[in-house]
Design a protein around this ligand. Structure first.
Ligand code: ADP
Length: 689
């Protein structure tokens, strides 16, 4: 209702006392806070809603202009009662509509409200009083405040996160793009933006992906998300992430969203992925050039304009370089470049001195030999950073060269990144070199093993042939020898009388020689009969049984010499019985043979554990063996007492040695001259089950 109409409607009602009463009744029944004043603004009536609203009972005739306690302007400054909208209306006839004020109740609560003052006039148009209705707008004001705060928070969050925001409709028309968002596409904040400008800033390879994501969001009234690259007017490439949601309730549907630049994150992902790949390849033993190429490519993706190369040191020169993105002609030219001065470029210097060398502008840098500088510049290379690659022991393995097609500064590449790259390259080179060394030494070891196998085989064959020869020779010698013995015996029997003294003596030599020869051949045959084939698991002998057999073979000698043979507890051994018997018989026989004249031989045999083997001992009380002969006595035909006093061939101990050795054991002697000897030998036992 317009103010004028309200006045017109109220005025007649107030003219009569009855009318005024009815008017007050109506006011009292209304739920809104309403009061009336006279022309001077003194409160003449108020309804219960006004009391509840103001939190106080107004004083009739005293309160002026307002029923409230304290008043404030929207900006929080105090509003004197006589300046309130009701006062303005009554004093100046000026009706202010839609004013927003705040009042404070005596209990301290503040309430926003809008007053609706209406003037009452008499028939002549003079102001006779006013009616004011106060509408509580606190809820609305609080909601507005909340909205403002949350919008402010949102704005701050978007700014802090460097988020751009935008809106577009289903036809692709841009409805709004924030300045930050324009920046993401490489556009100036004040530049007008069209959908075409945005779309053409997107990397051609990613356009389809972005288009499909937004079409799907509209089709499903759902969410939109895409990671894509965009190319700024300066040519640099930036990764963006856009997320949005279609507000389906607005017609036509709109897509609201935010963009954020994720170039660093994407680069870090690429770099991490590159490192992972390199480590995987190293674990699989991939060829070094392939590993380094992956590493270099991952590094190149970290910044525009960068090209990497790894040069590996090979003595005082560089070996074959790896630079997958560099002009190959350039990389080839570095092959075999000397590391000593004059350097071809900073890489040699970096390796030689073990320090990083930065050449900001190749064209004007004296550190490049003129011809080579022209060559580098000819390939568009403007700057180069060379970092030495160290091995774990500190020696330089090569250099990591980072070339740029633009002049370079120290900020062009992250130092940490560079450290990781050179470290990884170092690991790759070192592990490749270690593998190569291993491969070479394995090949050498294989070669040696192969040759050893050949030698062993030849040796085995020679041994076999020798044994065959010794066997055949000694076997075949027996026959003519027997003839000599038999016929010399016959000559002796039949013609001894016909011979003179010398003849008989010579015949005696022939017979004795033949006998000795027979002994020798017998022993030689025994020696050759000890085969070199190892015994099988079944060949087990109780040493006590073998000892009994040996002693019984020596019974006559024992009886003649009065020898005393004793023994301790003896084990079961893994050896053929004849061999163990021969061993014991030889040692006991020697013990008796090499006895001292003044004492009858006393021989004791016992056994002790020695690791997996058994150690047997044969001790005698004979003449003993001088220390210098303790090794030689085991040699073939080695005799210490060959002057005729002791018969023998010098083969007995050689046989013992051969038997012990071919069973994985050994034999040795401990002795004191004149006080007896103890022969020890070891042999494998039989596991108790
Ligand atoms: P032989 O047939 O001469 O006994 P062996 O090979 O059995 O040949 O012994 C080699 C040499 O070792 C002997 O000639 C002897 O000088 C010495 N010898 C062996 N056993 C003993 C021993 N028990 N006491 C002293 N000397 C020994």
């Amino acid at each position: 209702m317009a103010t004028g109409q309200a006045e017109a409607a109220l005025a007649p009602a107030m003219e009569t006392a009855e009318g005024a009463r009815r008017f007050r009744e109506i006011i009292d029944a209304l739920p809104a806070a309403i009061y009336t004043t006279d022309a001077d603004g003194r409160v003449t009536h108020f309804n219960p809603a006004a009391v509840a609203f103001a939190g106080r009972v107004p004083e009739l005739g005293t309160d002026r202009w307002c029923v409230t306690w304290r008043l404030y302007n929207p900006d929080g400054s105090p509003l004197p009662h006589d300046e309130c909208p009701m006062a303005a209306a009554l004093k100046e006839g000026r009706i202010v509509r839609g004013a927003e004020c705040m009042m404070e109740r005596p209990d301290g609560e503040r309430i926003w409200f809008t007053p609706f003052p209406v003037l009452l006039r008499d028939a002549e148009g003079r102001i006779t009083g006013g009616v004011n209705m106060l509408i509580d707008i606190t809820d609305r004001k609080r909601a507005e405040e909340k909205l403002r705060t949350s919008e402010e928070h949102l704005r701050m969050a978007l700014e802090a996160g460097k988020f751009g925001h935008w809106q577009r409709n289903g036809e692709g028309r841009i409805l709004y793009v924030s300045p930050q968002c324009k920046g993401h596409f490489g556009l100036a904040p004040d530049e007008p933006v069209t959908a075409e400008a945005i779309f053409s800033a997107i990397h051609p390879e990613d356009r389809e992906k972005v288009k499909q994501a937004s079409e799907r969001a509209f089709a499903e009234s759902g969410d939109y998300e895409a990671d894509y690259r965009c190319i700024w007017p300066d040519g640099s490439v930036h990764w963006l992430n856009s997320r949005g949601r279609v507000a389906g309730d607005s017609v036509p549907a709109r897509l609201f969203g935010v963009t954020v630049e994720i170039t660093q994150r994407k680069r870090a992902e690429v770099w991490l992925d590159g490192q992972r790949q390199v480590l995987e390849m190293l674990a699989k033993g991939a060829p070094l050039p392939e590993v380094l190429a992956v590493l270099i490519r991952a590094l190149e993706k970290q910044a525009e304009e960068l090209l990497g190369a790894v040069l590996i040191r090979d003595g005082n020169r560089f070996g074959k370089g790896i630079g997958p993105s560099l002009p190959q002609e350039y990389v080839r030219a570095l092959d075999g470049a000397p590391i000593a001065p004059p350097y071809l470029g900073p890489c040699g210097m970096a390796v030689d001195r073990g320090e990083t060398v930065m050449v900001r502008d190749i064209a004007g840098d004296e550190r490049w030999p003129a011809a080579y500088r022209t060559f580098a510049c000819g390939h568009g290379l403007r700057a180069c950073l060379s970092v030495p690659i160290f091995a774990s022991n500190g020696r330089t393995l090569g250099s990591f060269g980072i070339y740029s097609r633009a002049p370079m500064g120290s900020e062009s590449i992250d130092a940490q990144l560079l450290r990781t790259a050179t470290h990884l390259a170092g690991i790759a080179i070192e592990s490749a070199q270690a593998q190569e060394a291993l491969r070479r030494s394995e090949a050498a070891a294989r070669d040696i093993a192969e040759r050893l196998k050949g030698t062993n085989e030849r040796l085995r064959r020679a041994n076999f042939e020798l044994q065959q020869f010794a066997y055949t020779a000694s076997h075949d010698l027996q026959e003519p020898l027997r003839n000599i013995a038999v016929y010399s015996e016959m000559v002796n029997r039949r013609y001894a009388q016909a011979l003179d003294e010398d003849g008989r003596e010579f015949l005696g030599f022939v017979t004795a020689g033949a006998k000795r020869m027979e002994m020798l051949i017998k022993d030689l045959l025994s020696y050759t009969q000890i085969t070199s084939a190892p015994d099988t698991d079944e060949e087990q002998t109780d040493a006590a049984t073998a000892l009994t057999a040996a002693v019984s073979n020596l019974a006559e000698t024992i009886r003649e010499t009065g020898a005393e043979i004793t023994h301790g507890e003896l084990p079961v051994l893994r050896i053929r019985e004849t061999e163990l018997q021969r061993l014991l018989q030889n040692l006991i026989g020697n013990g008796i043979k090499y006895r001292r004249a003044e004492e009858p031989p006393r021989i004791h045999i016992w056994a002790e554990r020695e690791g997996d083997l058994w150690r047997l001992a044969v001790r005698d009380n004979g003449i003993g063996i001088a220390p210098e002969y303790r090794e030689t006595v085991f040699g073939m035909f080695k005799r210490l007492h060959g002057d005729g006093k002791y018969p023998g061939t010098g083969i007995g101990l050689a046989i013992c040695h051969k038997i012990a050795e071919r069973h994985g054991g050994r034999i040795w002697v401990e002795s004191e001259t004149g006080r007896g000897s103890t022969f020890f030998f070891t042999l494998p036992g039989v596991e108790e089950r």
